[in-house]
Structures are given as C-alpha cells and as structure tokens.
Ligand binder design. Sequence first.
Ligand code: NAD
Length: 481
Amino acid sequence: MARFLIDGELVESLSGESYEIRNPANTDEVVDVVPKGSREDVKLAIDSAEKGFEKWSSLSAHERASALLKIAEIIEKNRDELAVLLTREHGKTIRESRREIERAAYRMRYYAGLASQISGRFQCLEAKLNKYFITVKEPFGITAGILPWNVPVTKFTAYVAPALAAGNVAIVKPSSTAPLAVLKICELIQESKTLPEGVLNAVVGPGSSVGDELVKHKKIEKIVLTGSTDTGIGVLKAAANSLKHVTLELGGSDPMIVFEDADLNEAVKAAIYGRFRMTGQVCMAVKRLFIHEKIYEKFKNGLLEGVMKIRVGNGLKMETDMGPLHTFEQLLEVKSQVEETIKDGGRIIYGGKTPEGKEYEKGYFYLPTLIEDPPIDSKAMCEETFGPILPLVKFSSIEEAIDMANSSIYGLTGSVWTRDINKANRVASELEVGTVWINNHHESIPEVPFGGFKLSGIGKEFGIEGIEEFLKTKAIVFKAR
Ligand code: NAD
C-alpha cells in the first residue's frame, strides 16, 4: 500500500480509509491501494511543515542545493521502477514515462543551480552611502502544490524543486487518480534521509476537502495549482479570503499555424507528436491545426499517413506509441466532443471510435482522430480537448490564421511554421499566448519560463521566473545618523 509522507514518516490516512488505483489499459489490474486523506491529514501535514521550515530556513543555499542534487540522483537511479509505476497508474507509454522521470531529475538539478543565485538589489539614495536601500528575497514558508493527473512527476518537480531551492517547505497533493509515482518518489526521499523531517509532505485526497483545506488554511502563504481552468478559478476565489499568492497553470487549446513555405515533413512530424503524445492529454498539445490552403491537401495526406501508423495499446509494451485515456470519464468526454463536432458539420477523416480487438476490451482506448472542417464554434475548436483529437482548419491569409488562433478563451502556447522570418515574427508577436514556438512545438524545457495568458493561468513555472514565484521581496532602507 502507498503511504503519505508527514513529519518524516510514511503514514496511512487518519481515517484508515483507502481506495484502489487500476491500470487504465486493463481495469482488472489493481496497481496499488492509496490512503484517502481528509482535512485532518492536511492539518497534520501543516504542523509538520511548520517544524520543517524552522530547520530548512536555517540552511545555506549550498546545503539546499546539495539536497536537491541528491534527490535528482535518487530519481534517476530509480527511473525504470518509477516509469513502470507511472505507466501502470496513468496509461502513458513506458517511453513517455521514462522521459518524464529523466526530465524531472534534470529539473531538480537546474533549480539546485539557481538556489545560490537568489539575490536582491542595492541602490544608493544619497551621496556617500548616507542613505540607501537593499531588497532581500525571502521564502514564503509553508507552500502547497496541487497536482494534475496528466504529468504528475513533471508537476511534482516543477513545484517542489523551485519551492525548496528558494527556502520554502512543501506540501504536495497529487491527483487522486495518479498519485503513485509521486508518493514513491517521496518515499525514496524519506528513506534516503536527504531532507530534514517536515520539509516535504505529501497527502492525497479529494480536491473538495484536502485541496480546499490547503487553499484556505491561514498558515499557507503560497499555492501552486495545475489543473483545469474551472478548478483554477475556484481556487483563486477560495484563496482570496486569506490573500494567498497563487500560481495557476491551467488548460489550453493551443494553435499550430503552418504556412505554405514551411518544412512540411518536420511540421507533419511535430503535429503528430504534439497532438498524440500521451494520448493527447497534455496542456500544451497541438489542439487546433491551421494549415495554409495551398498546402492543405498535401499536409493532410502526410498527417493521415503518419497517424495511421500510430500503434495503440498497453503502454508497458515497447512497441506501443499511444496508450489509453486515463479515466473512463475522460474517454466519455472525448467521445462526446467528437460527436458534437461532427453534428455541427465537422468530418472525421480518421479514427473517431474506440479500436476493436481483445486487447482493448478492458481499457479506455480511443483511436487517434482527425477531423476536417470543424466549425470555428464547434466543441473541438472551442473547448479544451484532452484526448487524441486533431481538428484541421484551412486558412488563406496571415490575418485570418492569427484571428482564428486568437479566438480561443485560452492562451497557453502556440506555434508558427514558416521559413519567412518576418511572417514568423509577426505571428509570434500577435499570438495571445504565454509561449510561442517557431518551427517547433510542445517542448517542456526547464530553462524556459512557462505559463499561460487569458484563461490558461496566472504566473510562471520553469526558468528563473519559476523560482521568483516562491520568493517575496522585502525592502530595507538605511539612513546614516
Ligand atoms: P483538475 O482541475 O480536475 O484537478 C487538478 C487538481 O486540483 C487535482 O489534484 C484536484 O484534486 C485538485 N482540485 C480539484 N478541485 C479542487 C478544489 N476545489 N480545491 C483545491 N484543489 C482542487 O485537473 P486534472 O483533470 O487533474 O488535470 C487536467 C487539466 O490540467 C487540464 O485542463 C490541463 O490542461 C491542465 N494542465 C495544465 C498544465 C499547465 O502547465 N498549464 C499542465 C498540466 C495540466
């Protein structure tokens, strides 16, 4: 049975309640049993974190960095075991899980390097140092990270690494449906005694109780949430009463715009990887594809050829390219978005159903799906599609492409494909998104700040900006007597 991490101990929930996690590729397979937490477990985690902060805040940046480097080693050393667990609880392929874990270790190292770079400003206000000010960067203290199910290990390290590097302590709440790999990492960290007790805590439970307690508790000053936009808005409102600092990494409906002068082979490959990786369950996936009318047919045929080769199956098999959807609810949602888009006039050119065969009977599988001519106000174009659905839209001018791309309520990322630097530059400057890729799409790079505009979020993670989110600025003004 998996366990929480509170006060340096691996524990069950206070209520003794637990539930099973089943493999989405084969729901007969119980992967593990997880304790079901409540508000009372969160209160214990907060008491633990309070004690942890006393110890952690007395360490130097060098000591904090050393601990993060050791955690990176632990993650890397256990890559294979963690990857299998992640695939079994989530459904993503083993290659995707390994990559997620490798990147997580790198993220730990990256923020270990930034721990000693935290610094403030100095400015002289009068001659001869008679009056000056400095700014000091201070950690918040107790912080909480509420994670989604789609990239649990990525989001665990995207939260924990900068939070700890900046001198905060952490309480992590993994999603209820994919908590196992994260709890296993916490267990490995605990067993290695890398962190003082209470510096890292983990509790799993419903968002409405465990998540809500974290968001409302007065001793927590900083919340990081990755999740859907609806959850983000609710969390922002709930956090307002105690004026918490909040970072929100939310949904997206990211456009990819391909011009007639693009490298079509590269663009086709990127569209397939960018949409169907992790069965389309990625915030920054290519969710709307805009193709210039002059190359539309050629591009569509290239896509079709590539998509037909995607092997759907159990993620544990090395030959699988695309696993199942993560939950039954997710499968129903994707089916309904496709059906509604077709009703509104879109045409399926590939997929649009669950695959047939014995190996698919016990899992939440769905074929990679291409939809042509979806109306601009159809579900596949307006909602976030968190599954393997790719709508294809023709455009004839740069203005039309930019207008359609910006018509979304979301503004997470977007990409432009062209060999013309002026065209690329114009699209990059006019897209209303937090990240623009030129001739690439869909990369999570620890050095590059990431975070959406519009209803895709508030604040940034990754990069130097990612550590700034965990620091508050104090100004100290000196005046000579
Ligand atoms: P979700 O909103 O259902 O849940 C996210 C987390 O919030 C879970 O841990 C959940 O238990 C918790 N939660 C739910 N209600 C809460 C409440 N009232 N108070 C506190 N916590 C609460 O999202 P999900 O289905 O787990 O994840 C998929 C979503 O996450 C998609 O919309 C995706 O685009 C988004 N996402 C965004 C990014 C990004 O970086 N922008 C990255 C990954 C996923």
